[in-house]
Design a protein around this ligand. Structure first.
Ligand SMILES: NC(=O)c1ccc[n+]([C@@H]2O[C@H](COP(=O)([O-])OP(=O)(O)OC[C@H]3O[C@@H](n4cnc5c(N)ncnc54)[C@H](O)[C@@H]3O)[C@@H](O)[C@H]2O)c1
Ligand SMILES: [Zn+2]
Length: 388
């Protein structure tokens, strides 16, 4: 008898809860860091969020340099520019405070201290990157799970695509989840990033790569998100629900290390790469059409996800009923959160459909994970649905 092979990867330590930012000096001391590279962006600095981290670094009494010259959803060239600033700084610890864009850039920096290769070379040969510097991740959105995945996603303008660089050395060492950082997240951003986390959960659960390890995290993330995302987005005072979203986003990232996302993320990448639609928004648009497309082959799993996450009065019996109810529930949440639902709002022309399909079908890394085979005609029909 041969037993099934699967694995899961985790940061060394994850700190959650009120005042968990206070852990920063402790970590700095434990790893005897002398000089810190703090990655963030100008938006986060202008909101005063980085001040909370700066206060802790100062308390540790170490030198630090701030790198905040990073736009949202950067291209590989923009990430390389920040890394070039940082290289040679002599920093021996990176602290990233931001959303997925900042965290991905910081992760790449942590394996690119050397001059031998840059982000472009990693795109061609991701496995080349070796861990050089430890990283503390402090997410300011509750969505990407980038704080714990081995992926860093960058725009590749010449391919009009976003591409994920995957290397286990990109997994961060420490993660701090403090709801203070997402307290004032604008509703639109909380909604789109929260739906990104929902996609990670349901895609990992219904992926060809799903396994008992990934299911544990994906299902818990799914349950937490389905039952907390609305309050976390709608109610500024709902700190408990916001923290649950942070935990769920982290779990979604852990599930990615063991399983993988599927057709929602695959078809989403060209929308980010060519039309610069925010990652969470393009995923939210594609989520329901892809779930409906997948339903015939994912029915049992959708029914199990319903049983796990639905805690209300409705008593459904058959797999078909539960599976349909699950998709309707997700649809209701996406609609409630008022995330744009049509590509037209982003200037996508029906004439672009062919290039979009070609680019989407090129994301084979994720399409192979989809339980239902996606043909070019299927991808076209899914894009067409969100073009109306
Ligand atoms: N590495 C991974 O595993 C992974 C997974 C999913 C997505 N991603 C990538 O992450 C990026 C998206 O990250 P994101 O959705 O977290 O957004 P983001 O990092 O791109 O940030 C979007 C904007 O929100 C602002 N912002 C961030 N936190 C805020 C806060 N608390 N309050 C107010 N404004 C805030 C930022 O300043 C920025 O202008 C994309 O490039 C996507 O491809 C990576
Ligand atoms: Zn995502």
């Amino acid at each position: 008898m041969s037993l099934e092979n699967y694995s899961i990867k985790m940061p060394k330590a994850v700190y959650n809860g009120t005042n968990s930012l206070n852990r920063i000096p402790e970590i700095i001391t434990a790893i005897q860091a002398k000089k810190i590279a703090a990655f963030t962006d100008k938006g986060i600095r202008s909101l005063g969020l980085f001040d909370l981290i700066e206060k802790q670094i100062k308390a540790a009494g170490v030198e630090y340099v701030i790198y905040d010259n990073l736009p949202a959803e950067p291209t590989y060239g923009q990430v390389q520019t920040v890394i070039d600033e940082f290289k040679g700084s002599g920093c021996d610890l990176i602290i990233a405070c931001g959303g997925g864009s900042v965290m991905d850039a910081a992760k790449l920096a942590s394996i690119l201290v050397t001059d031998e290769y840059g982000v472009k070379e990693l795109l061609d040969d991701p496995k080349r990157g070796k861990k050089c510097i430890p990283v503390i991740m402090i997410p300011t959105t509750a969505g990407t799970g980038a704080e714990c995945t081995p992926n860093a996603i960058v725009g590749v303008p010449e391919k009009e695509l976003k591409i994920g660089i995957v290397n286990d050395n990109l997994i961060a060492d420490y993660v701090i989840l403090d709801a203070e950082l997402i307290k004032n997240l604008p509703r639109k951003l909380a909604a789109a990033t929260g739906i990104d986390a929902l996609c990670h959960a349901i895609e990992c659960y219904t992926s060809n790569k799903s396994n008992p390890f990934s299911d544990t995290f994906a299902l818990e993330a799914f349950d937490l998100i389905m039952n907390n995302i609305v309050s976390a987005c709608d109610d500024k005072t709902a700190m408990l629900e916001k923290n649950k979203m942070q935990i769920a986003a982290f779990y979604g990232g852990v599930a990615i290390t063991s399983s993988g996302t599927t057709a929602v993320h695959a078809l989403s990448y060209p929308l980010g790469g060519k039309y610069h639609i925010a990652h969470g928004v393009s995923n939210a648009m594609l989520l329901i059409p892809v779930m409906r497309f997948n339903e015939p082959v994912c029915r049992e799993k959708f029914a199990a996800a319903w049983d796990r996450a639905y805690h209300g009065e409705l008593r459904l019996i058959t797999v078909e009923e539960k599976s349909k109810a699950l998709i309707d529930w997700m649809d209701k949440i996406v609609k409630h959160l008022e995330i744009p639902t049509s590509l037209k709002e982003f200037g996508v022309d029906p004439k672009d459909l062919d290039t979009l399909v070609e680019a989407g079908m090129g994301v084979t890394r994720l399409l192979v994970n989809n339980m239902r085979t996606v043909t070019a005609a299927d991808a076209r029909a899914i894009y067409q649905e969100v073009l109306n």
